[in-house]
Design a protein around this ligand. Structure first.
Ligand SMILES: NC(=O)c1ccc[n+]([C@@H]2O[C@H](COP(=O)([O-])OP(=O)(O)OC[C@H]3O[C@@H](n4cnc5c(N)ncnc54)[C@H](OP(=O)(O)O)[C@@H]3O)[C@@H](O)[C@H]2O)c1
Length: 253
């Protein structure tokens, strides 16, 4: 296990303020900077300027500090940097082409970290679930299935589910082994939210009614998105999403 050190809230450290990053690093002397701050897809679309400040400028300041200290800078990016048809999958070698503000900011952040900080780790990941606090959209749908509530899920976009416990194990291993460069950390095999929820309903024997909708029907104001944000990895292949989901649901019993 890696001693994870200090996790700071936005009140304790605002990444858009380089002097705060410098002061805290001088005090704590970290062995790496893991930058988790971000505005998500929805917030980025609503407030592009703030998205650029946090997702791009914040990462720039973190990378500058890491470079000065000769320590690794680690960032978490997303399948939203890619664009493609629904059957397409993207490896670490695929060329990004982001379709929305969130994806653009994440891609620019990747480019900056690569150019500023020789010791860098760029992790692209997908639909994380398995949170105890701050449930993700998958966590919320699983909870609704357990409660027998009606669920709406999209069938016209594919992504890569990733169980938080698998993600953390992989990230720890990469950090422990001083890995560098770009890695896709996702459970193998792309899926739609509908297909994922069919599996959840079957495994939990839920009686929930599942409504199959399009992204447009679910959120007509939502940003443009690639039909596929499915990631696959040539560098760190992980178990299939169905196996990971089964483990997660079994651990919940
Ligand atoms: N969750 C996923 O499925 C997923 C998938 C792909 C990539 N990622 C990436 O993984 C990282 C972590 O994701 P997450 O889901 O944990 O994000 P999240 O739940 O949206 O949390 C983002 C955090 O950033 C903080 N923040 C915002 N502005 C800040 C600032 N100026 N200075 C310091 N902190 C600031 C927020 O604080 P407040 O709450 O106080 O605003 C919040 O704690 C992000 O880089 C995200 O893009 C996540």
């Amino acid at each position: 296990m890696i001693p994870w050190g200090i996790k700071l809230s936005r009140l304790e450290l605002d990444v858009t303020k380089p002097e705060q990053i410098a002061r805290i690093c001088a005090e704590k002397k970290p062995s790496a900077i893991l930058c988790l701050s971000s505005l998500d897809l929805r917030k980025s679309e609503q407030n592009p300027l703030e998205a650029y400040k946090v997702n791009v400028l914040g990462v720039y300041h973190a990378a500058q500090e890491a470079q000065k200290r000769n320590i690794p800078c680690i960032i978490i990016s997303s399948g939203a940097v890619f664009n493609g048809e629904s059957e397409q999958e993207f490896t670490e070698e695929s060329t990004p082409n982001p379709q929305n503000i969130y994806g653009q900011t994440k891609y620019i952040a990747e480019l900056m970290v690569r150019s500023i900080c020789p010791k860098h780790l760029i992790i692209r990941t997908g639909w994380l679930y398995g949170f105890r606090e701050n449930p993700s959209f998958i966590d919320k749908m699983i909870q609704m299935a357990r409660e027998g509530k009606e669920i709406k899920a999209t069938y016209d976009q594919k992504g890569s589910p990733i169980y938080l416990s698998d993600f953390m194990q992989a990230l720890e291993e990469l950090i422990r082994t001083d890995a560098s460069g770009t890695y896709h950390l996702v459970n193998a095999g792309g899926t739609s939210a509908v297909e994922l929820m069919h599996e959840v309903l079957s495994l939990t024997k839920s009686t929930s009614l599942l409504h199959e909708v399009t992204m447009q029907e679910l959120n007509s104001q939502g940003p443009a998105r690639s039909a596929s944000e499915v990631l696959s990895s040539t560098r760190y292949p992980m178990r299939h999403w169905r196996d990971a989901l089964r483990s997660y649901l079994a651990s919940q019993r």
